[in-house]
Design a protein around this ligand. Structure first.
Ligand SMILES: O=C(O)CCC(=O)C(=O)O
Ligand SMILES: [Fe+2]
Length: 290
């Protein structure tokens, strides 16, 4: 069941204008609440406009449908400790909306070191998909280096694929190959979403094969002398890159609705260097383009 919420044309143009100017969804919801709108309705309206701008649905005209049911429970299990692969993984911090958690003891020191050494000779400048052409171009904002392991490429990778998918509470086959990123001093990444925007053919094909990306686990592999936090500007969180720890976040529900508050960035490394291993999970079995 859903409730139809109607709104005035003035609200529509006010929202479009302020989203164009880069105001955050939270700030807009806050203003609408101050002007007397019910919080859940305000959030549903703003989310519908944000989703439409991300190519995730039609631009609302004068009404939206607000689902009556509460939001879905997170995929990340409850509790302060997760038991996975014979280890006890503490949940050091957790937020519900959006689902965001800092996990300890995800990788041990030897695993971190091995991942860096296996990846080092295979690193390439990071690329982003050009929204106009759908082609990979070397990113100017990111200025990091990266590589992908194939799923279960070595016994170590197979073990980590198993452990990380168990932590993320999804079948191992839904996982993309583990990605390693290296940020030299001065590098970082621009605020971005990990879900795929269907505004180019490569992303549309990828979503058709494997479904949307639903969750991310970024594992920190080394001690960063300065900077390099993972930043979530919509929540105010800055997660410190502590070796062996990881930050986990979810951004797509079972109906394919994406979470704009999952916006995040790799803060600039101001001293030393930063290495991470990223696992992305899909709605269904991951089938690569090749
Ligand atoms: O480096 C980080 O902290 C974030 C990495 C990231 O956003 C990604 O791999 O998608
Ligand atoms: Fe990301």
């Amino acid at each position: 069941m859903a409730t139809l919420i109607r709104f005035a044309p003035e609200l529509r143009s006010w929202l479009m204008q302020h989203l164009d100017r880069g105001r955050t969804p939270d700030a807009l919801v806050g203003t609408m609440q101050q002007r007397g709108m019910e919080p859940r309705a305000a959030r549903a309206i703003v989310e519908a406009f944000v989703a439409a701008r991300l190519g995730q649905g039609p631009m609302p005209d004068d009404s939206i449908e607000m689902p009556d049911q509460a939001s879905e429970p997170p995929r990340l299990p409850n509790g302060t400790r997760l038991k996975v692969d014979g280890r006890s993984v503490p949940v050091l911090a957790r937020a519900l909306q959006p689902t965001l958690a800092v996990l300890g003891n995800v990788l041990d020191a030897d695993e971190c070191r091995q991942l860096i050494e296996l990846a080092r000779p295979r690193l390439q400048p990071s690329t982003v998909v050009d929204p106009q052409t759908g082609r990979d171009v070397v990113s100017t904002g990111r200025s990091s280096y990266g590589m992908f392991f194939r799923p279960a490429e070595t016994p170590l990778i197979a073990r980590l694929d198993r452990r990380l998918s168990a932590l993320m509470n999804l079948p191992i086959e839904n996982g993309e190959g583990l990605q390693i990123l290296h940020y030299p001093c001065g590098a970082g990444s621009e605020p971005h979403f990990d879900f795929l925007r269907p505004d180019n053919a490569a992303n549309r094909d990828s979503i058709a094969r494997s479904g949307q990306r639903v969750s991310t686990l970024v594992c920190y592999l080394n001690d960063v002398a300065g900077g390099g936090e993972t930043l979530f500007p919509e929540t105010g969180w800055a997660v410190a890159p502590v070796p062996g720890h990881a930050v986990y976040f979810e951004y797509c529900d079972s109906r394919g609705r994406v979470e704009p508050r999952s916006l995040h960035a790799g803060g600039t490394v101001t001293q030393g260097e930063k290495w991470v291993a990223t696992k992305w999970m899909r709605q269904r079995r991951f089938v690569s383009a090749g």
